[in-house]
Design a protein around this ligand. Structure first.
Ligand code: HPA
Length: 231
């Protein structure tokens, strides 16, 4: 049992899907997994282990933002020997190259977070996806956009205009977790990928309905499971 995850040794599979919302973790377990068992309810951050096409897989809620996500990811890698984590989340589109409900597979993640700045003492580390997961997710989802995203620490940013520079340098979308996830995977020598669906469009102001979010979320989970376990 780790500090924030109430699972015993061996209760978590080597492959973990990581939604921010713990209720999404339950929905994924109920919808996609066979024989799913809840292994943790600590702080309501639900985790489940089951099988998909006969192969073990876990689903763990991470909360929103890099500090919350990093607590769970540190413990999954360090205390449960997890080998692969695929974040499945939502993002805001920053460019009209994306439409609402599109799927974005993050090849790398820029950030305004101090988590990397502190760890790298002022040098700029470039957090990138695991190549095999990225390639297999892209192959499973020809419709998806593959590219850079931005992991912001503030959903309600005091200086949203700063993102313009990022968009001019190819950044497609904004979310709040991928950058620190990629850095932690590198630190532990494990694999990570972030896949997001566009829930809101920062340029056009469009938003998805709850039903639309559920539908596109399901497609993203299929892509994540295929990339992580399909072979
Ligand atoms: N900003 C940050 N994170 C997000 C957004 C957003 O607009 N949409 C979904 N996750």
């Amino acid at each position: 049992m780790s500090t924030h995850i109430g699972a015993g040794d061996g209760a978590i599979a080597p492959t973990v899907l990581l939604p921010g919302d713990p209720l999404r973790a339950r929905w994924i377990a109920e919808t996609f997994l066979d024989d799913a068992v809840c292994y943790s309810e600590v702080r309501g951050m639900l985790g489940f282990t089951g099988t998909w096409q006969g192969r073990p897989v876990s689903v763990q809620g991470s909360g929103m933002g890099q500090p919350s996500m990093a607590i769970y990811v540190n413990e999954l890698f360090r205390d449960y020997d997890v080998q692969s984590i695929v974040r499945v989340g939502s993002c805001g589109a920053l460019t009209d190259r994306l439409a609402i409900r599109d799927v974005v597979i993050a090849s790398g993640a820029c950030t305004d977070s101090s988590m990397n700045r502190i760890a790298f003492e002022g040098l700029d580390y470039a957090p990138v996806a695991d190549f095999d997961l990225l390639r297999d997710a892209a192959a499973a989802a020809p419709e998806a956009h593959v590219g850079l995203i931005f992991s912001g620490d503030s959903f309600y940013s005091a200086r949203p205009e700063l993102l313009t520079r990022m968009v001019e340098h190819g950044v497609l979308a904004i979310e709040m977790e991928a950058s620190a996830l990629y850095t932690l995977a590198a630190r532990f020598g494990r694999r990570a990928l972030a896949i997001c669906t566009v829930s809101d469009h920062i340029v056009t102001g469009e938003e998805t309905t709850a039903d639309e979010r559920q539908e596109t979320f399901g497609r993203m989970v299929e892509i994540a499971l295929t990339a992580a376990l399909g072979k």
